[in-house]
Write a protein that binds this ligand. Structure first.
Ligand code: C2E
Ligand code: MG
Ligand code: MG
Length: 605
């Protein structure tokens, strides 16, 4: 006769020096998500070592128990002994726990009766690829002299088998291989079990800790081990906060969910604030500190009406929205959800458009040098013509691509298509350059490699290219940014600061960046002819930027009057509807031919 029970341990007690007894919650629906084969492994270990109890304790918060004694129950509390074993990467034998100074006063018990355990031995458990996930422990009521080599070997083999079971549990899709938390399907089983047990209402909580593009950026920059470690640390923090009797589920790479206890113990606002502040506190992961942007969503659900709804999706839409709230948590709102769904629709459509590449195209807007009216470059502007929605504005799909982690793919496409087009024009004898907009997500060491690859693929000198970064992108970055930018400069490509004036930077701080060109944002320019105030801003910014050594471009020149005003300023180039609207590629040669002897502020193209 034996029992196998899983419970969650309180990760707060993973403090190595702690000898306080940790309370644990009773078994619940998650008992079904046992490690496959654990019973058999534990049975073999108990028989060959002749011990009363065996446990598998995972460093992620799960514990599984096996006992040969029909009356014994799993311990009420997860003793620090197990917690320490789960964290150690090495085996340990305690011949007599009662003789050990650390545990003498708090002996581990097996049940309600004072049936203390005296003998303890453990071996670390590793997954097949060598990751340490916890320990297999054996315990007995009588102290022993130790463990002989045959005994140790038996325990090591059992630990190996348990490790294989942990991996198998992951393969079967029941537990997350990284955090060992049960998965989405288990979450739904938990919900349905509540319904079967007569519950009518349930409150769901979802926790999202990083926007997907940021998470992808971590993985790119730091590698999977860092991301895995981070998610384990997040899961541990959430678990220390969670009410007893509650199981945490991993429902996405950076997402967790739980069904909260019944309405007789509702959470108050302070508890939710507490959760958010725990998750906002920096994580010190593999000695690299990192701050996340958590969002906590809540949904009250009628469990009698589970069919036809997707409560997990709904509560995740609340957690997603909460990431942008100052408070960090939010209740589910239908209208918010509707927006989220539309956004989701657009994201999937955009992802498809990026694969098919038939709906995306580029337009090109000329940039003209004021001194002689020559067109120096074209700015490549992405366009998306959706088959049913029609033209979707870049102001809509560019931020969406950024949020959905699609930006690198989009930039990759623009770079390739734009540079190929530039190569064709240059072969036809048009001596112009090309500017390309680069977003936050593109900003890593890879950028230079991509730039280099695309210029050599199409045989274009990188000096003909200029990358435009917005002021906020540049400011959000650090030393690494300056290094990447310096590498771009070394390659010969130019760097422009786009939309200058919309952020909060001053020119002096931007001077630290190796930028070559500054584009004054059109919001100051468009009404310049009517607003002396705007004109003064543009004039003084242009003069200062010029003195600091930037080439100055004024964007948004919409009419002749503005063109003339700008002409008298310390400004090198202009771009705007007055010179030309963005043009389809096919229209560019004709426009260039017309402007061949210099554009002099005429009626525009
Ligand atoms: P931006 O880089 O500042 O591009 C200039 C925008 O101003 C373009 O809008 C252009 O059509 C518009 N524009 C140019 N002259 C005038 C004018 O005289 N008056 C007015 N009212 N507008 C003018 P568009 O094409 O809608 O693009 C908007 C923004 O979307 C761009 O601003 C850029 O930040 C972003 N974007 C566009 N294509 C890409 C891309 O391929 N990658 C990235 N990362 N961003 C892109
Ligand atoms: Mg631009
Ligand atoms: Mg701009």
């Amino acid at each position: 006769m034996h029992t196998t029970v899983e419970h969650e341990l309180e990760a707060a007690s993973l403090d190595e020096d702690s000898v306080s007894v940790t309370s644990v919650c009773p078994a619940s629906a998650a008992d079904e998500y046992a490690v496959p084969g654990f019973d058999a492994v534990a049975h073999l270990a108990a028989a060959s070592l002749d011990v009363a109890m065996v446990s598998l304790v995972l460093d992620s918060g799960g514990a599984y128990w096996y006992s040969r004694d029909p009356d014994s129950r799993r311990p009420h509390a997860l003793h620090p002994l197990y917690l320490e074993a789960a964290r150690r990467g090495a085996g340990q034998v305690l011949p007599d726990i009662a003789a050990d100074a650390r545990y003498r006063d708090t002996p581990p018990l097996t049940g309600p009766l004072p049936a203390a355990l005296r003998f303890f031995a453990c071996e670390p458990v590793f997954t097949l690829n060598g990751r340490h996930v916890g320990a297999l422990c054996v315990m007995d009521h009588a102290p022993r002299a130790g463990l002989d080599e045959a005994g140790r070997e038996a325990l090591r083999n059992a630990a190996r088998l348990a490790g294989a079971g942990v991996v198998l549990g992951g393969y079967l899709g029941r537990t997350d291989p990284v955090t060992q938390l049960p998965h989405r399907s288990a979450f739904f089983e938990d919900l349905r079990a509540r319904h079967k047990n007569g519950a009518q209402q349930a409150r769901l909580i979802a926790i999202e800790v990083a926007p997907v593009e940021r998470f992808n950026a971590f993985v790119r920059a730091m590698g999977f081990p860092y991301a895995d470690e981070l998610m384990r640390a997040v899961a541990a923090r959430v678990q220390t906060w969670m009410p007893l009797d509650t199981h945490l589920y991993q429902v996405g790479a950076t997402r967790f969910a739980a069904v909260l206890p019944e309405a007789d113990r509702p959470l108050d606002d302070c508890q939710l604030d507490d959760l958010v502040s725990r998750l906002r506190a920096p994580f010190d992961c593999l000695d690299i500190p990192l701050t996340l942007q958590p969002g906590v969503g809540l949904l009250d659900l009628d469990v009698r009406r589970l069919d036809g709804t997707d409560p997990l999706r709904q509560v995740m839409s609340a957690s997603h929205a909460a990431q942008r709230h100052p408070r960090g948590w939010a209740l589910y709102e239908r209208s918010q959800d509707e927006r989220h769904r539309q956004e989701f629709f657009l994201v999937t459509e955009l992802a498809a458009a990026l694969t098919e590449r038939t709906e995306l195209y580029l337009q090109y807007q000329p940039r003209v040098r004021l001194s002689d009216g020559h067109c120096v470059a074209m700015e490549a502007l992405a366009r998306w013509r959706h088959p049913t929605l029609g033209e979707v504005a870049p102001g809509q799909f560019v931020p969406l691509a950024e949020r959905a982690g699609l930006m690198r793919a989009l930039t990759g496409w623009v770079l390739d298509r734009g540079v190929a087009q530039l190569a064709a024009w240059r072969r036809e004898g048009y001596d112009i350059g090309l500017s390309i907009n680069i977003s936050n997500a593109d900003f890593d060491a890879d950028l230079v490699t991509r730039l280099q690859a695309v210029s050599s693929r199409h045989g274009v000198d990188p000096r003909a290219l200029e990358l435009e970064f917005t002021e906020s992108t540049l400011l959000a970055h650090n030393d690494a940014t300056s290094r990447h930018l310096a590498a771009v400069r070394e390659l010969g490509a130019g760097i422009a600061i786009d939309d200058f004036g919309t952020g909060y930077s001053n020119l002096a701080s931007l001077r630290q960046m190796p930028a070559t060109c500054l584009k004054i944002d059109q919001s100051f320019v468009r009404a310049m002819d009517a607003s002396p105030h705007d004109a003064a801003i543009v004039r003084s910014t242009a003069a200062l930027a010029h003195d600091l050594g930037f080439r100055v471009v004024v964007e948004g020149v919409e009419n002749r009057r503005i063109y003339d005003i700008v002409h008298r300023m310390a400004c090198d180039e202009v771009q705007g509807f007055h010179v030309s609207r963005p043009l389809p590629a096919a229209a560019v040669p004709a426009w260039l031919d017309r402007a061949a002897d210099g554009y002099h502020g005429g009626s525009g193209g």
